[in-house]
Design a protein around this ligand. Sequence first.
Ligand code: OAD
Length: 233
Amino acid sequence: MKHIVILTGAGISAESGLGTFRDTDGLWTKYDLNEVATPEGFARNPEMVQAFYNARRENCLGAKPNAAHVALARLQADFPGRLTIVTQNVDNLHERGGSTGVIHMHGEMLSALCSACGHQWPWEGTMGMEDSCASCAATGTVRPDVVWFGEMPYHMDRIYAELAACDVFVAIGTSGQVYPAAGFVSEARGAGAETVEINLEASDNSGIFTRQILGPASETVPAWVDELLAAAE
Ligand code: OAD
């Protein structure tokens, strides 16, 4: 049974209107990631960090999955092998596009985390320092359940086990600049997998991939899924 691991990044959600990080109009050109995406930044100015994620959460709730998210859900439903979707994205567009079991290695914007007791629970509205934990009732400890720079991404043991056992690794819409995700292609290659990059343009990691498909994800991903499902018939 063929096993495919797919890693997605901000580029898959770009055509849904959610900004990427490092493109010319990306989030990290407008905000200092040290201020809004590190534990130190949160400790310095929690209200500003909460406001940043409140705005992103609202954008996420207003966005719709695009043809690339929907195509991956179709692949998940119809592929006669094993398919693992790992995303760096903190939006929920894979799930709203119909995918299940998506591994959110950088956490989820629509989840809260209590920094006192570690409890995680769904969160859709505005979040602030006056909110209290749904489990331990502590106040001032509720934060977005997203992985910040300097923190350990989630589910890494499981992801490395999937990479070691996959036949095909596909990276979609990611610049390949943030580790550990940027190293997944080398792990998969080391395990003997075919490696495919699907991106708007060649990324920093392009040379490591065995195949490259360039163009907007809403077009390239459905076409790649059609090709894969036709070959599997
Ligand atoms: P980046 O913003 O670094 O890269 C997005 C990639 O998507 C770029 O290579 C673009 O060329 C590509 N892209 C843009 N529009 C596209 C489209 N319509 N179709 C296909 N590709 C497109 O985003 P990530 O690689 O996801 O982490 O960033 C990785 C991590 O860095 C994020 O998870 C986040 C960020 O800091 C944390 O916050 C911890």
